[in-house]
Design a protein around this ligand. Structure first.
Ligand code: ADP
Ligand code: MG
Length: 727
């Protein structure tokens, strides 16, 4: 009866009162961030100037000021209740890593005092042997060390001062997400600045921006605790669809339940204190599914904030007796969760490069950047898919509610037409684009065209949305860095190539605008086939995409291969984002993670099937058999056959299901054993994909059918209809 006890408990909960600060957000926003205001207050002038100068110029912090910065940071942290400090980094696992040290040191007189030195601030050697490294440290016999990323501000979480750091091996290979992300951001800055200067020579820097939209599910803690699969794997490995789920479309943008609203408010206040500019919240499509989106920020900072948010969500949820599910597909049969990555580039002079401008010249620049993104996405479509792929996101991709497993770009029919029209633009028209010719091509009207271009194709994995691209295929539990590394690097390489071609033309006597126009036309001709505005879920598209030569691979372990294709290795080397050794090591980690995730799920499913479901099904079967015997003893044979026909069928069904489940669990265990003997990580991951996953699916289907036959009072696990509707 555990199930009914927890369901009762869950359904009787009321919304908790949230402690709302008396002040408005502007007075507590960034309270726990060591931002410039705090730097002014806590650092000596020279240290402040040296630090902000290093941040602005993307240089490293001079050693001689590190002690002063560390001391100021410590005093600020202590004033705000901190007792410990930690280097906070993003290893190749889900989430972040931290090892806390207290500020205390012995004072030599039997007591302690609190100290923090520049050396400890700038660099540390966490014992890194247990983080995934894909063999890098074994090969190079090197330890890992973490080094302060001064471009991300330090912050206080709980009672700990957190210093955002990169994590690399002593031989310089990255062992984390942040290092290559910073490299990719620098690469795109360099390349995009070069191109933006064709239009505005005063541009000094191009910033990559990210605005993520975090989708998630909430489940009551009591129900969660009664589901070992949710606790151990983050998703339900079984559970028949609820009669009502999302078919009435009544959840999306619906009224937020008061318990959930209390949680959201609490979370937003915590976000704001940590400088995360949380802004938008709403119900998502599936029951119990919600979204939080902040105001977009520079990509590295935005990603730190997303990782912080994911940690914060779990913590705040527990205060409200909820558990947050960040898994991409916690429930089958209803929508999964993504994390749309809204991405754009902007200059230090305030121009957003994917936004149309006021003049025709501005719009030539706009089309230059759009065409280069098209080319980058087309050249690296398989890689971009690999960048968002994982064992968990694999459940979402290719389903009928999520981005398809083929990367294409949605441009909207009107922008597509502008791109096509540019073919007819002659070099002689370039002198005055605002004239008749510019009008003909549509260059002057682009802003108006886009303004009323409101069609939003939800089936596209990568959509142009007026002033940015929305990479929708990213999974809800992912570190956005993975997608942002691939995208920024691919676009950087493309822009570099574009600029070299343009420069070559100019040096052989062509006019700059003429050269740009010729190259844009060429890009559009070559890469037009990545644009697809139709229904990305349809079978016609799958056939059409294959015909266009787009990558249609659906098997996750094979999708990872894209990182090791010669063109990817070359692109990452050219941009300085990854060396070949790093790529190989990272792929080892990807395959290993894939295997481990499925291994854990398979173990949990086996346990639930054999120890929870089958015993209950057998007990219910006995009840039916007992009843049948009694009927037989009381009624004449012909009557008995009539009234017990349905019972007989049910008994048979249950027996069959039990037999199949037992056989498949054995088959699944054997498949696992065979796979575990394979030493090559890629082959092992493939074996898990090809042999373990299919057995899991059969087991699940049979258990879900049993759920319909077995007495509701006996069923051991909370059902979908109970898990999915918070009251
Ligand atoms: P949607 O209608 O797509 O659900 P949301 O309002 O939920 O939109 O989220 C849009 C996200 O895009 C926000 O995080 C917002 O800050 C971000 N965004 C808006 N403009 C840009 C831009 N130019 N570059 C990057 N992100 C942006
Ligand atoms: Mg949204």
């Amino acid at each position: 009866m555990l199930r009914f006890k927890v369901v009762d408990e869950a359904f009787n909960r009321k919304a908790l009162a949230v402690e709302i600060p008396a002040e408005r957000p502007e007075s507590y926003f960034g309270k726990y961030v060591f931002d410039r205001k705090k730097m002014v207050e806590y650092l000596p002038t020279e240290a402040y100037e040296a630090l902000t100068n290093a941040i602005d110029k993307k240089q490293s912090l001079p050693r001689e000021v590190a002690d002063a910065v560390a001391d100021g940071m410590k005093r600020w942290a202590i004033d705000n209740g901190a007792r410990h400090y930690t280097h906070w980094f993003h290893p190749l696992t889900d989430g972040t890593a931290e090892k806390h040290d207290a500020f205390v040191v012995l004072d030599g007189q039997g007591g302690v005092m609190e100290e923090f030195s520049g050396k400890l601030l700038v660099q540390q050697e966490p014992d890194a042997s247990s983080f995934p490294n894909g063999g890098i440290r074994n090969t190079f016999e090197a330890r890992g060390y973490s080094a302060w990323d001064i471009s991300s501000p330090a912050f206080i979480m709980g009672h700990t001062l957190c210093i955002p750091t990169i994590f690399i091996s002593y031989t310089g290979e990255s062992l984390d997400y942040k290092t290559p992300l910073l490299r990719a951001i620098n690469a795109v800055d360099k390349a995009a600045t070069r191109v933006a200067r064709y239009f505005s020579p005063e541009v000094k820097q191009v910033v990559s921006y990210l605005g993520w939209e975090q989708e998630y599910f909430l489940v009551d803690e009591a129900l969660y605790s009664a589901r070992p699969d949710l606790m151990l794997t983050g998703r339900t490995l079984m559970g028949h669809e609820s009669a009502k789920n999302q078919q009435l479309e009544d959840h999306y943008f619906g009224a937020i339940p008061s318990r959930v609203e209390a949680f959201m408010l609490d979370l937003e206040i915590e976000c704001h204190k940590l400088g995360i500019p949380a802004k938008t919240r709403h119900n998502e499509v599936a029951p119990n599914q919600f979204e939080l989106a902040p105001i977009f920020e520079e990509t590295n900072l935005a990603n730190d904030h997303n990782l912080l948010l994911m940690g914060l969500m779990s913590e705040v949820a527990r205060r409200h007796n909820f558990r947050v599910l960040l898994h991409e597909k916690p429930f089958s049969g209803i929508n999964g969760s993504g994390k749309h990555n809204n991405w754009s580039l902007g200059t230090d002079t305030g121009r957003m490069l994917f936004a149309p401008g006021k003049t025709a010249d501005d719009n030539l620049q706009f089309l230059t950047f759009i065409a280069n993104v098209m080319a980058a996405v087309h050249k690296h479509d398989a890689l971009l898919k690999a960048s968002i792929m994982s064992a968990t996101n694999a459940h979402r991709l290719g389903g009928n509610e999520a981005p398809p497993a083929i990367i294409s770009i949605f441009m909207g029919s009107r922008l597509s037409r502008v791109l096509d029209n540019i073919e007819s633009l002659a070099e002689s028209d370039l002198e005055n684009l605002a004239s008749k010719e510019g009008m003909k091509v549509g260059l002057t009207q682009i802003p108006e065209i886009l303004l009323d271009n409101t069609d939003r194709n939800r089936t596209s994995p990568f959509a142009f949305t007026g002033n940015r691209f929305e990479f929708r295929a990213v999974g809800s539990s992912a570190n956005c860095a993975s997608a942002m590394i691939a995208l920024n690097a691919a676009v950087a390489a493309q822009l570099q190539e574009f600029a070299s071609r343009v420069d070559e033309r100019v040096s052989s006597g062509e006019t700059l605008k003429g050269a740009i126009l010729t190259e844009i036309k060429q890009l559009i001709r070559e890469h037009r086939c990545i644009v697809f505005d139709g229904n990305g879920y349809s079978d016609q598209w799958k056939a059409e995409a294959a015909r266009r030569g787009l990558d249609c691979e659906t098997c996750a372990p094979k999708i990872f291969d894209a990182y090791l294709k010669p063109e990817s290795i070359e692109m990452f080397a050219l941009t300085g984002v990854f060396s070949k050794v790093e790529l190989q090591a990272r792929n080892e980690v990807k395959w290993e993670m894939y295997t481990k995730k499925i291994q854990i799920e398979a173990r949990v499913l086996g346990d639930l099937a054999i120890n929870h479901v089958i015993p209950v099904a057998t007990r219910y079967q006995s009840v039916l058999l007992d009843n049948l015997c009694k009927i037989k003893s009381l009624f004449p044979a012909d009557k008995c056959r009539k009234i017990s026909a349905e019972d007989m069928a049910a008994i048979e069904r249950i027996s069959e299901h039990i037999a199949i489940i037992r056989a498949e669990v054995t088959a699944m265990i054997n498949a696992r054993k065979a796979a575990n003997r394979i030493s090559d990580e890629r082959e092992k991951a493939l074996a898990y994909h090809d042999t373990v996953l299919p057995a899991m699916q059969i087991i699940r289907d049979k258990i879900d059918e049993l759920e319909l036959d077995v007495d509701d009072e006996m069923w051991p696990l909370p059902k979908y209809r109970e898990l999915l509707f918070i009251r």
